[in-house]
Every structure is written in C-alpha cells, then in structure tokens.
Design a protein around this ligand. Structure first.
Ligand SMILES: [Mg+2]
Length: 375
C-alpha cells in the first residue's frame, strides 16, 4: 500500500442551523495506489482559514506521498517535525494535522477492513444518546421554545443545546430576565428528563458576575451543563463561578492541542471537556484527550458541528469511553451532513448508532464535494 495522492479541498456551504450563514471546511482526501481513499476534515469555519489550510496541506503532501499509510505514527512524527515552528499552540497548522490524521485513520480502517471504532479497541456502547444542538435565531422566543420542544417531543431527541448570542434576531444572552424566562419555558416544554444545555456564544461579553447570575438562575431549571460562560482563558473567573454554582461547567472546544488540554485540565475548571477532532489533532488527539478526561473523572463532549466526516470520527471517539454523556447533532438537514455521504447520520428514538463499516464507516460522494468546492 502506497499513498499516491493527497488532496486539500476547501468547501463552503449554507448552514441552516446557523441562520443560513455560509460556513467553510477543509476536506482532505488521501488515495493509495490501489485506489483506497481516506477522508479527513478540518473545521476551519471561515473561507480564508480554509484556503490557508489548503495551501499548507498541499505543502505537506510530500511527507505522505510514497509512504505506506499504515505507518501512521511515523508519518505523524514526520509531519510534526516539518510543522513544529508554526503549529506550536495550534492555529492553521493544527487544522491541517487534524484533517490528515482523520484521513489516515479512515484509510487504515478501509485497508484492514475494520471500523475505526474497532481500531480504537471496540465501542463500549453501540449507540449514543443524541441531543439537538442548534442556535436560536427567531425574534420570538416563544417560537424558539416551540421549535426546540418539538425536537424532543416529536422527533425524539433526548434534549437540546442552544447557542446564545448567535446570528439572527433571537438576542439571547443580552437580557437576563428574558434569558431566564426562556430557559424556564424550555424546561417546561421538554419535561423533567430532557437534557438541557445553554452555550454562551463567543460574541457575548459577560462579566464573571453576569456568568454567575445567569448560571445560577438557569440551574433552577436543572441545567445539564453551562457551556463556556466565560472566555476559556479566564481561569480565575471560572474558579469563582464554579464556587457558586452546582451544575456542570463545560469548556475546551477552542483548544488546539493535547498540550492545551493538559494545561486546561490541570486548572480543574472544566467538568465537560469540549473536543473537536477536526481541530485538535484528529482521532489521535482525541484518544489523548480521552485519557486525560478519564483520569480526571470529567466528561468528554465532541463538538461535532460540521460534516459527516467529523461526526463519524467523533462518534467513534465518544463510544470508546464511558465518560461521555451525550452526542450533539444539528437538527435541521444540512449539506455537509445530509448530502455529503450515502447514508447520512440520523438519530432514531434519540440515539445514533456507532458505524460498523470499514474506516469511518461513511461513503463520501465525490460529486457533492465538487459541488461545494470553494471557488
Ligand atoms: Mg460550544
């Protein structure tokens, strides 16, 4: 088996779960001489990040071409040697290494005829509980209560996670009484057993006092966790907050490297550790982070909010540990989940099945990739 081709493919698509904004990703395709193809992804989000990462990935392709893809560790070592100067701490280089790592795991599974999940030691669970993870966008919060209630009551999701301060007219996260009223109504509509997570968007600038007030008030309605109530670097703020609230606190999705996670977790401020394989070292990075999560008795939460490639990688990782509470899926059909692969991931009765097919267990449709290629 020899790698003969490495392609970096920036794509852009309309995301209905984010108020129909245009989002960008970098897909990575690695092909062997025998025609076996592995897919990876970087969640670059912005077109300039996708284009930059594509240039970088193409520049590193000579590290892979001519190599046996099963020499995964040796290839990663070589990639690290070439990129150490510009990936220390993360950045565009971390996107590239993440995409390549995921593609190499996919390729390995396909070559050996086993699922990534089995390569990771076998799934501890064959299915994961699923919540609808989305952003509120409508100016009428009653509309949003009804919409999110229907995800649970009509579609079967186990709960909901709502991003505040996002695009659109919902204006969540600005007026505390309105926010609390919304959370109270959500709890009422999803019932006592529904999982309920609120996530402060990065554009909202809350003081520590704001974060404490909101988290305490939301927690009156049995919040499963509060996500990033403060900027992740505000360690002291997180400490003050955690001293005054009972619900779990989540942060981590903005880390880029295993070293970053080590630092974050050594501070002891995150109960629910967000992780995106398409950003922080791929599946290999995820395995390292899961070890840290398990050692600290915290929870692993995949930030799977992009394509079916990241979903597949994230499901395999999430199923490999008992320290995972749930899996997030975007409730509205979207191109990178529902068009990109032959059998899209869907939740049925509030669970998602762990793929059992070779590699990531997905079949990417190349004409769809071409259709969404960033021009
Ligand atoms: Mg988040």
């Amino acid at each position: 088996m020899t790698i003969v081709r490495v392609d970096a493919i920036p794509v852009a698509y309309t995301e209905p779960n984010d108020c129909n904004s245009t989002r960008s990703l970098l897909l990575c395709r690695i092909e062997t001489r025998d025609g076996v193809v592995g897919w990876g992804e970087a969640i670059t989000q912005f077109s300039e990040a996708s284009r930059s990462a594509a240039v970088l990935l193409e520049g590193l392709s000579d590290v892979l071409i001519g190599r046996d893809p099963l020499e995964h560790a040796a290839i990663l070592t070589e990639l690290n040697k070439r990129s150490w100067w510009y990936t220390y701490g993360g950045g565009i280089g971390a996107f590239v290494l993440s995409a390549l790592d995921i593609a190499l795991w996919d390729l390995r599974g396909k070559i050996l005829g086993v699922s990534v999940s089995d390569l990771l030691g076998g799934a501890l669970r064959r299915e994961l509980p699923v919540i609808a993870s989305t952003h509120a966008f409508n100016a009428s919060l009653d509309f949003e209560v009804e919409r999110h209630g229907a995800y649970v009551n009509d579609e079967g999701y186990k709960g909901i996670k709502i991003g505040m301060g996002k695009r659109g007219d919902a204006r969540l996260g600005y007026e505390i009484e309105r926010d609390v009223d919304f959370v109270a109504k959500l709890r009422n509509v999803i019932g006592p057993d529904g999982l309920l997570i609120m996530d402060r968007g990065q554009s909202l600038a809350w003081s520590v006092a704001d974060a404490i007030r909101r988290t305490r008030a939301f927690d009156e309605y049995q919040l499963t966790w509060m996500e990033e109530p403060l900027e992740p670097y505000d360690v002291e703020g997180f400490r003050r907050l955690r001293g005054q609230v009972e619900c779990l606190i989540g942060t981590g999705e903005r880390e880029f490297t295993v070293r970053g996670y080590q630092r974050l977790m050594s501070e002891g401020i995150s109960d629910v550790v967000g992780f995106d394989p398409a950003r922080a070292g791929g599946i290999s990075g995820g395995l390292e982070v899961i070890k840290l999560v398990e050692a600290s008795n915290s929870w692993f939460n995949a930030h799977a909010w992009s394509s079916a490639i990241t979903t597949a990688a994230s499901v395999a990782l999430s199923a490999s540990t008992n320290r995972c509470l749930l899996f997030e899926m975007k409730p509205l059909a979207n191109p990178m989940q529902n068009e990109l692969v032959i059998d899209p991931f869907v939740q049925v009765d509030g669970v998602i099945q762990v793929p059992t097919g070779p590699g990531l267990g997905i079949e990417v449709i190349e004409s769809v990739v071409d259709h969404y290629r960033l021009k």
